[in-house]
Design a binder for this molecule. Structure first.
Ligand SMILES: NC(=O)c1ccc[n+]([C@@H]2O[C@H](COP(=O)([O-])OP(=O)(O)OC[C@H]3O[C@@H](n4cnc5c(N)ncnc54)[C@H](OP(=O)(O)O)[C@@H]3O)[C@@H](O)[C@H]2O)c1
Length: 347
């Protein structure tokens, strides 16, 4: 069975799964090996109620990579899909009832590249007679939020351009779209340690972990563990038209960096310090680490936008906090994450 499931021969897969999808809804998950797609796929494959309602088609460029094999072993239809291939994307969404759409700015590094990939998803999804709901991983609009001051938060711009394309060119699809704003991953302090996390200063004894940011330590850095996305997406798929054309802010913690650093230090038993530095100094550090200039500007403006307020939790009629949808669900806290995570790469 596993070899069939991992095959790139889509016609064989289509035949195999067409029977089952007569009874269960087919949910197609883009970037299924990533921070967002993988836990969503796993939830739909493992939760007893969700799996009785849905079958999962998990998309990846490499159906033989360990996470893809793991999803296949759990029962996913794992299909090769390169977002740079229109043909791949078109056949990947065939017969979908629900789609989780996500694109990875950090694999392409340009707005044009991410928009081209996302547009392929929109275009393919817009032609599907079976599609009931389209969930788009998105972000707030940095240019609007800053009244035009921060025009270079490129990964935000790309997602907002995709929403504009959907609204204007694929209005039927837009009417079925729910946008989800996923907050900053807890794992950013490990995976993107240099721009976002505390740096080890070994010149002190014991070493000090220095969090240097271009804003005061009282700034709220809203965050979440994307591993908790599964129940949220399940709730959205069951919500009918309630959240269509709205934004769901997916946040677990709304802590200041001072609070986050305090938890990090006390939980791991290490000395910490927060340093507010000038934006120019922050940019210089990023450039010295080899970041290309447009990405330096991107991350600097992103942090300066954060300085202006907790924008992921804006109060607006078209923004719904995930806690309003899942009031009973216990999201992983930052403290729990700090306790459980493997910090060996930065300690
Ligand atoms: N870091 C944060 O705090 C945060 C918060 C919210 C949103 N985001 C956004 O999340 C997005 C990335 O999602 P993620 O974190 O879930 O991904 P990720 O863990 O960084 O992994 C990248 C994913 O993208 C897929 N991918 C990359 N290029 C592809 C291509 N050409 N065709 C098909 N798939 C491709 C990879 O699949 P394969 O390698 O298996 O093909 C993999 O699943 C970014 O756009 C970022 O802006 C980040």
């Amino acid at each position: 069975m596993k070899s069939i499931l991992c095959s790139a021969d889509h016609s064989a897969l289509t035949q195999y799964f067409s029977y089952d999808t007569m009874d269960r809804r087919l949910v197609v998950i883009f970037t299924a090996t990533g921070n967002q797609g993988y836990p969503i796929a796993k939830y739909f494959l493992q939760d007893p109620i969700a799996k009785s309602h849905y079958v999962v088609r998990a998309l990846t460029r490499d159906v033989t990579k360990p996470l893809a094999l793991e999803l296949a072993a759990l029962g996913a239809e794992v299909v090769k899909c390169d977002l740079d291939s229109e043909q791949d994307v078109n056949s990947a969404v065939a017969r979908a009832h629900a789609i989780y759409a996500n694109t990875d700015f950090w694999s392409v590094y340009t707005v044009e590249g991410e928009v081209a990939q996302g547009r392929r998803i929109l275009s393919a999804a817009s032609t599907l007679p079976t599609l009931e709901v389209f969930i788009q991983s998105s972000f707030p609009n940095a240019v609007e939020l800053s009244n035009g001051q921060f025009k270079n938060v490129l990964h935000y711009n790309a997602k907002n351009e995709l929403n504009e394309i959907s609204k204007t060119q694929f209005p039927t699809l837009w009417n079925k779209t729910i946008c989800i704003w996923v907050g900053y991953y807890y794992s950013n302090w490990i995976k993107f340690n240099y721009p976002f996390g505390p740096q080890k200063d070994s010149s002190t004894s014991p070493p000090t972990y220095v969090l240097a940011k271009p804003y005061p330590s009282s700034t709220i850095f809203a965050s979440v563990n994307p591993d908790d996305l599964g129940p949220a997406i399940n709730a959205l798929l069951k919500s009918g038209t309630t959240y269509m054309r709205k934004n769901i802010s997916f946040l677990a913690e709304e802590q200041t960096d001072a609070e986050r650093l305090e938890i990090f230090g006390t939980t791991l038993g290490v000395r910490t310090i927060f340093q507010e530095i000038e934006p120019e100094e922050y940019s210089k550090k990023m450039a010295e680490a080899g970041m290309p200039p447009h990405i330096v500007q991107n991350v600097t403006e992103q942090l300066l936008l954060i300085r202006t307020g907790n924008y992921m939790a804006q109060k607006r009629d078209d923004i719904i906090p995930i806690r309003d949808i899942l009031p009973e669900y216990r999201f992983k806290s930052w403290q729990e994450y700090v306790k459980e995570a493997d910090w060996s790469s930065i300690l």
